[in-house]
Design a binder for this molecule. Structure first.
Ligand code: PMP
Length: 419
């Protein structure tokens, strides 16, 4: 049942039937407040195609058993599918080995793994950790906790009004105390695509480790960790058509070997006695306890689905939708865009006149339109713009022009009612 991801050849963009692809997502046929659903909250979580929903039922109907433990057939089948999924993900991100692919609960869990395990071993008093002004709280708070404990310093790369990192400031902030740079690949609040490859090159010239928060990048861009040469990369399964509670932490084998375990328990040990415990080999050293077996197996199914459409086709489609939305919003009076970087993906964040984003979100919801309003877990970024939050429409390849029409109607109606 598990194909090699390398066998999947993406179709050409012009041959893709986007209308048919949309039909793969049963939830998009439902109504909300007596209106057909328009789902534009994809940066929070994506919807799931029927094939992914079926795969969850298939797992529990056919070969549910605990992995890596039993000699019985179900356990072996489950283990084979679980490890085949790890291989699919290894190929998807082009890691050099399956040992470098750790299953986690999501990006937040991956970053905490890094901060607790790598941070406790390698960070000393006076060291510096560098993040950026556009980070999600998941890529701020674990580093604050670490820095407080270790008496290390958290430095923040500033951004300009467009929502782009200021390169000269980044270079200026680097020092011989900098231990790690942890930056977001694509900002969930602004859509900015950061120049992560250039950051990694600058960092490695100075022997600084780099972690990339890929939560918003993995669903939209083809990730190649070897080409990027990042030391660590994190992403979530639920934002890329996979189940909730799934995620990946990638690390170069040489660093993972040196890092101590994050959590202790079953699976991550070789031998246990009351005097001494020895730890399991990679990747199991970082996977204590029963994993999210069904989630991991089904995540591979979701990845094969994305690959069958093609990541470059997906990003072309989403860029078109973002472009159309931005162009049409620009025609309205009083729109202020938050995040106007030259390199942008899948997100349109905006405010209208003095309308509170929450109020607009409520009116849009009454019209069946789901957008995210608020600070998007980036409070320091909202402070930078001196705003309470934004209205964020975030796109996936299954959105269409009708969704944009409906959003425009909703924004116009909100302006009439609230201005
Ligand atoms: N980083 C970014 C950029 C995100 O967008 C998110 C999710 N909104 C996270 C981290 C956290 O991901 P999760 O909640 O799946 O752990």
């Amino acid at each position: 049942m598990v194909n090699s991801t390398k066998e999947i050849i993406s179709p050409s963009y012009t041959s893709i039937d986007w209308k048919k692809i949309r039909e793969d997502f049963p939830i998009l046929k439902r109504e909300v407040n007596n209106q057909p659903l328009v789902y534009l909250d994809n940066a929070a979580t994506s919807q799931k195609p029927q094939l992914v929903i079926n795969a969850i039922a298939h797992y529990y109907s056919y070969y549910n058993a605990n992995v890596h433990r039993g000699v019985h057939t179900l356990s072996q089948e489950g283990t084979n599918a679980f490890e085949a999924s790890r291989n699919t993900i290894k190929e998807f991100i082009n890691a050099s080995k399956t040992e470098e692919v750790i299953f986690t609960k999501g990006t937040t869990n991956s970053i905490n793994l890094l901060a607790y395990s790598w941070g406790r071993k390698f960070v000393k008093e006076g060291d510096e950790i560098m993040i950026s002004a556009m980070e999600h709280h998941s890529n701020i708070v674990p580093w604050q906790i670490l820095c407080e404990e270790k008496k290390a310093l958290l430095k923040v790369i500033p951004i300009n009004e467009k929502g782009e990192l200021i390169w000269e400031e980044f270079l200026r902030l680097l020092s011989d105390k900098t231990k790690l740079i942890s930056v977001v690949h694509i900002s969930n609040a602004l859509g900015t695509i950061n120049p992560v490859k250039a950051i990694i090159e600058e960092a490695h010239r100075r022997n600084i480790w780099v972690h990339i928060d890929g939560a918003q990048a993995a669903p939209h861009l083809q990730i190649d960790v070897q080409e990027l040469d990042c030391d660590f990369y994190s992403f979530s399964g639920h934002k890329m058509c996979g189940p909730t509670g799934t995620g990946i932490f990638y690390g170069k084998e040489k660093w993972l070997e040196e890092m101590p375990p994050f959590e202790g328990g079953g699976e991550m040990i070789k031998t246990v006695s009351f005097e001494k415990t020895t730890y399991n080999d990679l990747p199991f050293k970082f996977e204590a306890g029963t994993p999210h077996i069904e989630g991991a197996i089904v995540l591979a199914e979701a990845i094969r689905y994305l690959q069958s459409i093609g990541l470059s086709n997906i990003s072309t489609r989403e860029n078109e939708l973002v472009h159309q939305t931005t162009t049409r919003l620009k025609e309205m009076d009083g729109i202020r865009f938050i995040g106007t970087a030259i390199h942008k993906s899948s997100v349109v964040s905006f405010l209208v006149n003095n309308i509170h984003p929450y109020d607009m979100g409520m009116i849009l919801d009454k019209m069946g339109i789901a957008v995210r309003t608020g600070h998007h877990c980036t409070q320091p970024l909202m402070d930078f713009y001196r705003i309470p939050g934004t209205v964020r429409a975030s796109f996936s390849f299954y959105n269409n022009e009708n969704d944009i029409d409906r959003l425009m109607e909703g924004v116009k109606k909100s302006i009439q009612m609230l201005s």
